[in-house]
Write a protein that binds this ligand. Structure first.
Ligand code: FVH
Length: 296
């Protein structure tokens, strides 16, 4: 179990890295920070953090090194030269990237004797350390268990698995859900705005409750995707939804708005219906997306 007073180093003080360092400081940790643009450390130093003059100095200061940079290219540039000095320490990399990038980083860490966790932060910077925040981690279970308590100050730690790319994959899947929702949100608000309804009132009073209600159907959809059976418990058949989507596109055209964010979805729905699945449920479109499917 990690001692919650052990020092921690945070490398990368963008919006997110600064929030992470702030959460460790608020938890009473000795925090050493480094950022390419040194001025971004000023507020944290004023709050009690120690400014490292180099990455090597930052790494040497703590057994736990948390890294949050723009991407894995920057990560390699920053940590590459100090691989040797990181041996025997734990690196928790919270930089967003792909599962393959995470796997390559884990191999590099292994070659240098570094305890490595790859993470995905499921929160925006102001939410770090609040009850709604959670962070996905993948890598050796014993490294996660050792650091779990220390990392909990950032947000609820969720272990995604030993496979190094697991957290990145789940992170990107969650972001995909978010971007799908945001695509619908901006299309919907463009439509109501075009008709003179205030987007703010519409969003608060109608769109947010509606999306919440629809989110309740997601577990049922997930069961259908897991089983491959899209014909049971259907309350909104795909043929009907294809017609509804056509109505949506016509209304957007009438208002002079592009519905382009929804166009790929309508194309998939139409294809699925044309292939004879009109009486089934919406998640059947998953079968058109390809990719490996585990034995059912
Ligand atoms: N902010 C968010 O909402 C999301 C929430 C989920 C997780 N993401 C990921 O976190 C990583 C960092 O995101 P960020 O919000 O902190 O991003 P920025 O504020 O743009 O900070 C970028 C940091 O990377 C440093 N950096 C960029 N290029 C270089 C370089 N060539 N050499 C060294 N450091 C570099 C940058 O330094 P500086 O520009 O201040 O000198 C910042 O420290 C990211 O993976 C998100 O996807 C955030």
């Amino acid at each position: 179990m990690g001692d919650n007073r052990t020092p921690v180093t945070v490398i990368g003080l963008g919006d997110m890295g600064a929030a992470l360092a702030g959460a460790f400081l608020a938890a009473g940790r000795r925090v050493t920070v480094w950022n390419r643009t040194a001025a971004k450390a000023d507020g944290l130093v004023a709050a009690g953090a120690v400014r490292a003059r180099s990455v090597a100095e930052a790494v040497a200061a703590s057994p736990l090194v948390v890294v949050c940079l723009l991407d894995y290219g920057v990560l390699a540039d920053v940590l590459g030269p100090v691989g040797g000095a990181l041996g025997g320490r734990t690196v928790v990399n919270l930089t967003n990237g792909t599962p393959e990038q995470a796997r390559k980083a884990a191999v590099w860490a292994d070659e240098h004797g570094i305890g490595y966790l790859d993470g995905g932060i499921m929160a925006v910077p102001p939410a770090i350390g609040t009850p709604g925040a959670f962070v996905l981690y993948s890598g050796p279970r014993e490294v996660f268990d050792e650091r779990r308590e220390e990392l909990a100050v950032l947000g609820r730690p969720e272990y995604a698995g030993a496979e190094p790319g697991a957290a990145a994959l789940q992170d990107l899947a969650l972001l995909t859900g978010m971007y799908g929702m945001l695509a619908g949100v901006v299309e919907a608000l463009a439509l109501v705005r075009s008709a003179g309804f205030g987007p703010v009132g519409f969003a608060t009073e109608k769109l947010v409750p509606w999306l919440g209600a629809m989110a309740a159907a997601v577990p049922h959809y997930a069961e259908q995707i897991e089983s491959g059976d899209y014909a049971h418990g259907v309350v909104s058949n795909l043929g009907m939804q294809a017609v509804g989507l056509d109505n949506i596109f016509q209304a957007y055209e009438d208002q002079g708005i592009s519905a382009e964010l929804l166009a790929p979805l309508r194309a998939l729905v139409r294809r699925r219906v044309a292939e004879g699945h009109g009486a089934e449920d919406f998640p059947g479109v998953t079968e058109l997306l390809g990719g490996p499917v585990p034995a059912r």
